[in-house]
Design a binder for this molecule. Structure first.
Ligand code: UN1
Length: 513
């Protein structure tokens, strides 16, 4: 079989010890038991990494806390310069890293490259930001006084990321946290540990070349138990976690119990509303990419299409027609649109969801199924499916990380569609397809979409890094990436300075003695 340049990519990323097919390549970032990484693309064992033990963690935390002392006193624009160099390294390694993402996670090579591009973009953003960590100044109510606020580095930031964006989500956090003067400890998903190692190698090289101490970028490996070391650790003032709502609730409670801060980016149940004034061609592109891109494994994937009854059949036929043309197969082969799911557990959840929607009264209009035979040996390839369903079905309320799209019908006013769109526990991304200004503005108004992301005439997935990324309700409320998301990575301090020889009290209080 062609290896699509995988071996070469691994070599360029410093993951060389890989003995394809049979045995292990092992990278020691810990001394615990090994985690094997199998590619969902072809079932091959790509490599093994050691998980982090409690003792490893303690050692790493002392390196990190020490490194913080150096890093926080490095001027922010100089920290930005390091991030600039990191971004340049990513430009150099975009292709091999994009390939590893594609091979270890299963998304298309184009999307793997897109993910690395998001990393590069956030680095550029962070470089500019390193000269713009602004606070406000205020007028004091007392004569001869000055007030202002400033943002100081926070400390050790813990990052827990998911398999579906194995590199970009780390970069959104880490590039900002670094310019903010923080050091980072990253626990990537145990399903994509080699992506973690590749990124850590790149970062470590940049820090080393600049004579900066180890510990500004740290990597820990393992399952939720390793994550718990951080969530329960008082030395970690901020935990940024991306993953399921179930995981987020556990993390949030652990961090809240010690009054730490958490930034949560959890599940979505994203819908596109298609009104009678929608451009059907654009709708189909947005909906199909949103539903089947990354095999439906983005937190922004389109799960529901809420279509007005007057155009329901037209939209349905157009989408079904597009599904018939989808090519499923090796994501490194650029002729394919849809790659595998992450593992066979995900396949089981996909099958369970399809069974459930039928049980609840839904009608499958594009059949799903697991693919077998030549090219599908990993047992992770599934057919994107479409079901006509109702919003209140339990399965429709639930985020299934797979390419299953639910069609829902609405009648009457756009407000009815908005009510359906909002009628789920998640609140990440949403979209409306319409050329009707009134409908679009209603959707964006305070009585409109309740999501963190609301788009007009584009789909639910594929957000740019410049905006704040995250959502409301059970999506967790956190915001990462652009806009002023950086503020959570710093501690704010209000300063009042008296340059007189008197000491007047605020609120005019008299206190004479
Ligand atoms: C995620 O799935 O966790 O908007 C992140 C998007 C991507 C990021 C998704 N930029 O689809």
């Amino acid at each position: 079989a062609t290896d699509f340049g995988i071996m070469d990519a691994l070599k360029k990323l410093g993951i060389e010890e890989v003995n394809k097919g049979t045995s292990t390549g092992s990278q020691c970032f810990g001394s615990g038991e090994t985690i094997a990484s199998y590619s969902p693309v072809d079932g091959t064992l790509i490599g093994k990494v050691n998980s982090t033990t409690k003792a490893d963690y303690e050692k790493l935390m002392s390196t990190a806390t020490q490194a913080f002392n150096t890093w926080r006193t490095t001027p922010a624009p100089q920290r930005g310069e390091i991030v600039r160099q990191f971004g340049d390294k990513l430009r150099e390694l975009k292709e091999p890293l994009g390939k590893l993402v594609s091979y270890e996670m299963g998304k298309s090579y184009q999307e793997g490259l897109g993910e690395v591009q998001e990393m590069i973009d956030i680095c550029d953003f962070a470089v500019g930001l390193s000269r713009q960590l602004h606070g406000l100044t205020m007028h004091s109510e007392r004569p001869g006084h000055r007030m202002y606020e400033q943002y100081h580095p926070l400390g050790v930031v813990g990052i827990i990321s998911a398999f579906n964006f194995p590199v970009a989500v780390w970069a959104w956090n880490t590039a900002l946290a670094w310019v903010c003067g923080d050091v980072c400890v990253w626990k990537p998903s145990e399903k994509t540990p080699l992506c973690g190692i590749a990124c850590q190698n790149i970062a470590a090289e940049v820090f080393k070349a600049n004579n900066l101490p180890e510990g500004i970028s740290c990597l820990i490996n393992g399952d939720y138990k390793v994550g718990e070391l951080m969530t329960n650790d008082k030395r970690v003032p901020l935990i940024s976690a991306t993953g399921s709502i179930r995981m987020g609730k556990i993390v949030a409670q652990a961090v809240a119990a010690r009054l730490g801060k958490s930034l949560l980016e959890l599940g979505g149940n994203n819908a596109i509303i298609v009104t009678p004034d929608a451009d059907i061609k654009m709708t189909v592109i947005g909906a199909v990419f949103g539903a089947v891109g990354t095999a439906g494994q983005r937190c922004t994937s389109t799960r529901r299409l809420i279509i007005h009854e007057s155009i329901y059949d037209t939209v349905k036929d157009a989408v079904v027609n597009a599904y018939e043309q989808l090519r499923i197969g090796n994501p490194l082969d650029e002729n394919n649109h849809v790659g595998p799911l992450i593992d066979t557990d995900a396949v089981k959840m996909y099958q369970g969801a399809l069974r459930k929607v039928v049980e609840e009264g839904g009608k499958i209009i594009v059949e799903g199924g697991v693919l077998e035979g030549n090219g599908y040996e990993s047992d992770c390839y599934v057919k994107p499916a479409i079901a006509e369903a109702k919003n209140e079905y339990e399965i429709v309320q639930h985020e299934t990380f797979a390419p299953i799209l639910y069609l829902l019908k609405y009648s009457g006013d756009v407000q009815n569609a908005i009510a359906l769109q909002n009628g789920v526990v998640q609140g990440l991304s949403s979209a409306i397809m319409t050329n009707n200004l009134r409908e679009a503005e209603q959707f964006l108004s305070c009585a409109g979409s309740d999501c963190g992301i609301a788009n007009v005439n584009i789909g639910t997935s594929g957000a740019e890094i410049g905006g704040a990324f995250g959502g409301e309700k059970e999506t967790g409320g956190g915001r990462e990436s652009g806009s002023d998301a950086w503020k959570i990575y710093m501690r704010r301090q209000t300063n009042t300075i008296n340059y007189t020889t008197e000491l007047p009290l605020a609120q005019g209080i008299k206190f004479d003695f």
